[in-house]
Design a protein around this ligand. Structure first.
Ligand code: C5P
Length: 231
């Protein structure tokens, strides 16, 4: 796969105008964009359709979790929109509904096993009798058995998850920081090259590109690092 297609830029921006300006600035350097709550609920779904028409790939990071019928109808709409990736929480009922509804379309369903902001105490407070690594492994195995297309995970988890998931499943990793970039609120970070070496298929990068003095140059540097890191 072309290194450029493995970089997903998180459009964590407050308005469509700001996102439009960033997409124009990044130009041909970036072919894949992630839209989450902030932009999605500020007109970002229309932008998603526009990006698809402009032949960019779109990752809708809305982490769905609802009754199966509601998830399935939502996924059908996302298929029509033309998005490439959509996240759901890794609950079996939700994953089954999403996989059934994406059918044989080009949409890939990614499961979020355990949110990276959770530690063992957060899981206990939520009523779970599992440690974070135990629950991540359990949910990854369920995602595999249900036919989920990939997982969102930290680069640190990637090597372990590879042992659990099927070969065709993709690992999508945020928490990427080129050498020298500020970590922000990310606790577990890796450079682009290290994340690829650890088994990530796609890297999600936000602030290191959005806040760079020259975002296009920052994106190109990451693509070059991905290309060097190999397949
Ligand atoms: O700015 P930064 O590169 O840290 O952005 C990372 C992106 O990945 C954000 O959109 C964030 O919501 C998302 N993300 C994450 N950790 C997860 C799942 C998603 O940082 N576990």
């Amino acid at each position: 796969m072309d290194a450029r297609e493995r970089l997903i830029v998180a459009l964590d921006l407050p308005s469509v105008a700001a996102a439009d300006a960033m997409v124009a600035r990044l130009g041909e350097a970036v072919s894949f964009y992630k839209i989450g709550y902030q932009l999605g609920f500020a007109g970002g779904l229309a932008l998603a359709e526009q990006l698809v028409r402009a032949k960019k790939q779109v990752f809708l990071d809305f982490k769905l979790h609802d009754i199966g019928n509601t998830v399935a109808r939502g996924v059908e709409s996302v298929v029509k929109l033309g998005a490439s990736f959509l996240t759901v929480h890794a609950y079996p009922q939700t994953m089954h509904a999403a996989v059934d509804a994406r059918a044989d379309s080009a949409l890939r369903i990614l499961a979020v096993t355990v949110l990276t902001s959770y530690d063992d105490a957060d899981l206990a407070a939520a009523g779970y009798d599992f440690t974070v690594p135990e629950l991540v492994a359990e949910r990854a195995a369920q995602a595999r058995d249900i036919g989920i297309d990939g997982l969102v995970c930290s680069a640190e988890e990637a090597a372990n998850l590879r042992k659990i998931i099927k070969p065709g499943m993709v690992l999508v990793t945020p928490g990427i920081r080129p050498a020298g970039a500020a970590s922000g609120d990310q606790k577990r970070i890796m450079t682009p090259a290290a994340a690829i070496a650890a088994g990530a298929n796609y890297l999600v990068v936000g602030r290191p590109i959005l806040e760079a003095p020259d975002p296009k140059a920052a994106a190109e540097a990451i693509v070059a690092e991905i290309a060097q890191a190999g397949p």
